[in-house]
Unconditional design. Sequence first.
Length: 174
Amino acid sequence: MMSCLVRSEDSCRYWRKAANESPKRTAKKRRRLAQPLVAKTSRQFAMSIHEEIYFKCKSQRVFDALTKAEQFGELSGAPAEINLESGGKFSCFGGMISGLTIESVPDKRLVQAWRVGNWASGVYSIVKFELEEISDTETKLVFDHAGFPEEHKAHLEQGWHERYWEPMKKYLEA
């Protein structure tokens, strides 16, 4: 079970039973379901990173570098496996990073449930790469990473620059 995602099972149960319960009891359940599973967990995973990176190439090249295992392996120098189907698994940097593809819109957007191998079992964050082609020769990548353990923010920010943006610029703009 993914620790940073919504209580969908409880919510479904709530909506199925809500029609048969008194308004007072229903309101009490609604308040309980609106609270995080564990208050501490909610604060622990409230961290996010937002960046805008510009590449001197078309959006297709940026998207391919992020999503084609062979290209990602070339730019990162480490093995990668990437399945772009919704629910498809991916891993990169020799398995240190892994997760699931949530959404893939060619040359536009990639959303992944993303985790580092040394995080607690079942802990995933959400990564979104949004591409905007500014001209025939420039693409803006709007990047958001949310829901990761608070203590990893500095390491992740550094990692995105050192392992993604800098190698991608060298690879794509060479």
